[in-house]
Design a protein. Structure first.
Length: 577
């Protein structure tokens, strides 16, 4: 504690962090509880009684839990399959398949949901094309729970490609060969050796998938229709009316409590598993062949059918970005319909480019503030372990266990009036509140990665700087900070790209004059007919896909090394790490 007090930077960091945590993490949640349980200065359960009196609530709760449970199965089944065909089995064109499945990494969230709605919805391109052949078909076939599960299943397999694929590549080849010599079939090896080895990662992805399904907003709102309503869209609907905002607060608390309980249960199940590796000297995995020729044919057919399912929507969106709304409405696209007017309008018309500029501004500001601030916070939390820093660290992880809906509603309820912690400024209805929400939701992810980066810096590096006469601040600025900057830059890039089309918080907190891309894309997707705004949505989507592809190339691929951002050698010393 004394060493921390001797550092002015650590003291300032702790003061600012404590203010931020109390103002934007603790106070909104307390205010949300007060909205529910305190009325006219007295304790009251009126909001709870109104909640259970509503005929929509039980169905929404049931649908949310049902959606989460179904996704926990479908996403894992599909995700494990695409990882096996791209990383484990010998499949022709596996690299091409991987690129097709990886489209969800650059094409997700509200962008993906809107794309499926425009392509397969009531007035979508594929539906219009099918209706021209089958006039009596139900044009609303792509709505309801089935459509929501389909889209969220496809979108949820990105984690399998990024993380599970790497784990599968580390499965021991010696163990597989030993099992095959004992007569085990290909599927037996997968079931008894491969899957148990990668089970920890599967459990981790299952937790993320379940929580995503429980708090889903975009897919149920856009594709659910009138017969499939879940918790989060209902909260958004109720929060728009001040008279029913207390019911929305109760629902958000129920959602948050359910998230915490389910997270604890799933983590307990994960800890109860048994995971092992038999070989003491592991060998690199080699691609495996299926025993059955018929099985090999079936696996190839399923893999390439999924390739079409994954790549058709983004491919059509790229094509639609060069056409006009009339051609899309009539389900006919010829050479005469191709044009660059949509891109010219977005790049030259200020009104058309405004949503993209707003989103870039929000994402850039949030990434810089979050990563820049947490560079100091993570260092203080890592170096100074006290009661205060421990409590702060737990509080800063609250956005990881609370749904973004609850966070957004808490901010809305708290800052619709002046608060002393922000100089009595009313933040609700201003662009600043959405920017604050963007920072909040990214704090836990950024903090964990930066703490890990600092933990990888050896203590003798700072000791050497101290021996040479450098002060603690100078050693941090000249020695430690440059070693973690590459990781910080990667985190900032991921934060930036993930916030470009963020929708959940924006749906609650966006300013009408500063609509981010997520809001504009959602509004364009739910229109009854194709318009010029819909055509611009395709351009926005293509631009987002390009930006995300560049970010993934820099973070996960060889982009950073080729550009000389990492891996440079200075005086014979490799400083990549």
């Amino acid at each position: 504690m004394r060493s921390m007090l001797r550092s002015p930077l650590a003291v300032v960091t702790l003061v600012v962090t404590t203010w931020f945590a109390v103002t934007f993490l603790v106070l909104p949640n307390l205010q949300l509880l007060q909205t529910v349980f305190v009325r006219d200065g007295e304790w009251s359960l009126r909001a709870v009684d109104r909640l259970f009196a509503s005929p929509r609530v039980p169905g929404a709760l049931l649908n949310s839990f049902l959606l989460a449970a179904v996704l926990a199965v479908t996403v894992n089944v599909l995700g494990v399959f695409i990882v096996l065909v791209t990383s484990y089995f010998q499949v022709a064109g596996s690299r091409i398949l991987w690129l097709g499945y990886a489209t969800t990494l650059v094409y997700g969230g509200i962008v993906q949901v809107a794309g499926y709605r425009v392509i397969y919805g009531e007035d979508g391109f594929v539906t219009s094309l099918l209706a021209s052949v089958y006039p009596d078909m139900d044009r609303q076939w792509f709505t309801g729970m089935a459509a929501v599960v389909f889209v969220m299943t496809i979108a949820g397999t990105g984690n399998h490609l990024l993380f599970l694929g790497r784990v599968v590549n580390r499965v021991d080849q010696n163990t597989i060969e030993a099992a095959r010599m004992m007569g085990a079939s290909s599927f037996t090896v997968v079931r008894r050796i491969v899957l148990p080895t990668v089970a920890p990662m599967v459990y981790a992805i299952t937790v993320l998938t379940f929580l995503a399904g429980l708090g889903a907003l975009a897919a149920p709102q856009v594709l659910g229709g009138q017969d499939f309503e879940t918790i989060t869209p209902l909260i958004l609907s109720l929060a728009g009316n001040p008279g029913s905002r207390d019911i929305a607060a109760v629902l958000s608390i129920v959602l948050g409590a359910s998230t915490i309980v389910l997270l604890a249960v799933l983590m307990r199940i994960e800890r109860g598993g048994v995971y092992f590796s038999i070989s003491k000297v592991p060998a690199a995995l080699q691609r495996q062949r299926l025993d059955s020729r018929l099985g090999t044919i079936a696996m190839h057919a399923a893999a390439y059918l999924l390739f079409v399912v994954y790549t058709l929507p983004p491919a059509l969106i790229v094509l639609f970005s060069f056409t006009n709304a009339s051609a899309i409405n009539q389900a006919r696209i010829g050479l005469d319909d191709l044009t660059l007017d949509n891109y010219r309008r977005v790049l030259t018309d200020a009104s058309a480019a405004w949503p993209f500029v707003v989103s870039v501004g929000y994402a850039t500001t949030a990434a810089v503030v979050c990563v820049g601030g947490l560079l100091f916070v993570a260092r203080v939390l890592q170096r100074h372990r006290t009661t205060l820093t421990t409590v702060l660290e737990y509080v800063l992880h609250l956005p990881w266990i609370l749904p973004s809906t609850m966070i957004a509603l808490g901010l809305l309820v708290t800052f619709d009036r002046g608060q002393p912690f922000v100089a009595d400024i009313v933040l609700a209805g201003t662009p600043a509140l959405l920017g604050i929400a963007y920072v909040i939701v990214k704090v836990p992810f950024t903090l964990r990665l930066l703490k890990a980066a600092y933990a990888g810096v050896q203590d003798n590096v700072e000791e050497a700087a101290a021996i040479l006469g450098a002060s603690g601040l100078t050693a941090f600025r000249r020695v430690v900070l440059p070693l973690v900057v590459p990781i910080a830059a990667a985190v900032a890039g991921l934060t930036f790209t993930s916030l470009l089309d963020e929708y959940d918080a924006a749906a609650f907190l966006h300013h009408p004059l500063y609509p981010p891309l997520g809001i504009v894309i959602r509004n364009a997707a739910v229109q009854d007919t194709m318009t010029d705004t819909t055509a611009l949505m395709f351009v926005y989507t293509v631009l987002l896909m390009i930006v995300r592809s560049i970010a993934l190339w820099l973070v996960y691929g060889s982009g950073a090394r080729r550009l000389g951002l990492v891996g440079r050698r200075r005086r014979g010393v490799d400083v990549e790490r």
